[in-house]
Design a binder for this molecule. Structure first.
Ligand SMILES: Cc1ncc(COP(=O)(O)O)c(C=O)c1O
Ligand SMILES: N[C@@H](CCCC[NH3+])C(=O)O
Length: 417
């Protein structure tokens, strides 16, 4: 494990987290390089070539994190031109990138084509026409996969379920054949794959199995019409335990995907894991500003807010919160751990037993995925710094934002206004 106690002190690999907080200040995201590498290699061990793993950049897009993964041979799944620029800045190759997302702009499509994107995961008939038009302007052929909505209940939080008919994502299964036929007629498109992504933080293999059955059936139908599908991308969504949930075991699912693909002849498989690669590899460190006992509730007011880690506020998500330096023998009162932001929804945990006082440090666990990437400047708060540890060394991989940068690009109206 990458985050462990040595005596009373919480360590990230061989770095005392209290020392990192002293050096870099709080709030602070701390990532373990060894943990990222381990998660990647464990996944890759179940996924031999020619099948491909494309890390979902939105989970954690720091360029140092992307660089570690690029060196391990990762491909990438992106959802914006900005994410593509990050991947390239981190040493990734455009040909190893798949471009997902429901609302790709003309500019983003043009940029991706100029860079030589590996594949567009197309989410609507209108997007297909737009990519054709941009590719024709550039005189190139765009590699295309159609994202199909398999209408499977992923049994996850409704905000992060994406594979139901009622969701905005993908092309309805019933329309997929027609859209594919249309794509096959367009001269600047190379229709080569189908993909789906049914949601995130999924803790049972069954929804993935159900979705894959539907995708294999679609591929068979398309092939029967003479349309040569050569890849199937089953997306990401593999959940991690945040509280007491059983660990998701997808080895059987991955095995069966590979067996099915072999039966179908020339079919390369792809996956787009995000959370399962980085979720447990990071913590957010925060300092207690005040202990505020009350008649109904006690509050620990900390220096991180919902702008730094939004998951509890947005999804009522559970994150373990632990003391960075444990006090032995102290009472552990029941407290709500809350931030300084002017919203009642600004919390990290309700009714936790924690012994902490002003100046103490807490670590919010499992903050490596959808932590910093969902941070904002709400309440004009600078975004936190990020540090990557490896063994006993720590590298600052993103500085805390200087205050002035928070209004850079804004303009006064001027004297006459
Ligand atoms: C298209 C797509 N691929 C991959 C992912 C990564 O999901 P996760 O982090 O749950 O693995 C997402 C996010 O849900 C996504 O929308
Ligand atoms: N942001 C979500 C995951 C969404 C994945 C993007 N489709 C979370 O923190 O759990």
């Amino acid at each position: 494990m990458s985050f462990t106690y040595q005596g009373n002190q919480l360590f990230a690999e061989d770095c005392a987290i209290a020392d990192l907080a002293k050096q870099y200040g709080t709030p602070l995201f701390v990532y373990s390089k060894a943990a990222i590498i381990e998660n990647w290699q464990q996944f890759a061990a179940h996924w031999p070539a020619p099948h491909k793993l494309c890390y979902a950049v939105k989970a954690n897009s720091n360029i140092a994190v992307l660089n570690v993964l690029a060196r391990l041979g990762a491909g990438f799944d992106i959802v914006s031109g900005g994410e593509l620029a990050r991947v390239l800045a981190a040493g990734g190759k455009a040909k190893d990138v798949v471009f997902s997302g429901v609302g790709k702009s003309r500019e983003e499509i043009a940029y991706a084509l100029e860079q030589g994107i590996g594949c567009f995961n197309v989410e609507s008939a209108a997007e297909l026409e737009r990519i054709q038009a941009v590719a024709a302007e550039q005189g190139c052929v765009a590699p295309i996969s159609l994202r199909v909505n398999p209408d499977v209940d992923a049994q996850t939080h409704p905000y992060i379920a994406t594979g139901l008919k009622a969701n905005k994502f993908g092309i309805a299964m019933s329309d997929a054949r027609e859209v594919f036929r249309r794509g096959a007629q367009l001269p600047n498109l190379d229709m080569r794959g189908v993909d789906c992504h049914i949601g995130s933080q999924i803790l049972s293999a069954q929804p993935f199995m159900d979705a894959s059955e539907r995708m294999f059936a679609l591929i068979r139908d398309l092939r029967a019409e003479g349309i040569q599908i050569t890849h199937l991308d089953m997306g990401g969504g593999f959940g991690i335990p945040y509280q007491h949930e059983a660990k998701l075991d997808v080895s059987g699912y991955l095995q069966s995907l590979q067996e099915r693909a072999k039966e179908m002849g020339d079919l390369t498989l792809m996956l787009e894991p995000g959370r399962s690669i980085v979720g447990n590899t990071g913590v957010m460190v925060t300092k207690v500003e005040y202990y505020k006992p009350g008649s109904e509730k006690n509050f620990l007011l900390v220096d991180a807010g919902m702008n730094d880690l939004l998951r509890p506020s947005l999804y009522n998500a559970y994150h373990d919160i632990v003391a960075v330096q444990r006090h032995e023998g102290l009472d552990e009162p029941l407290v709500d751990v809350v931030g300084p932001v002017c919203e009642t929804g600004d919390f990290f945990g309700h009714a936790r037993h924690l012994a902490a006082e002003e100046g103490d440090l807490l670590a919010v666990m499992n903050a490596g995925a959808y932590g910093f990437t969902m941070a904002s400047n709400y309440n004009t708060r600078p975004r936190a710094a990020e540090v990557m540890v490896h063994g006993a060394s720590a590298t600052l991989i993103r500085e805390r934002e200087p205050l002035e940068s928070l209004w850079q690009g804004e303009h006064l109206l001027g004297e006459d206004a």
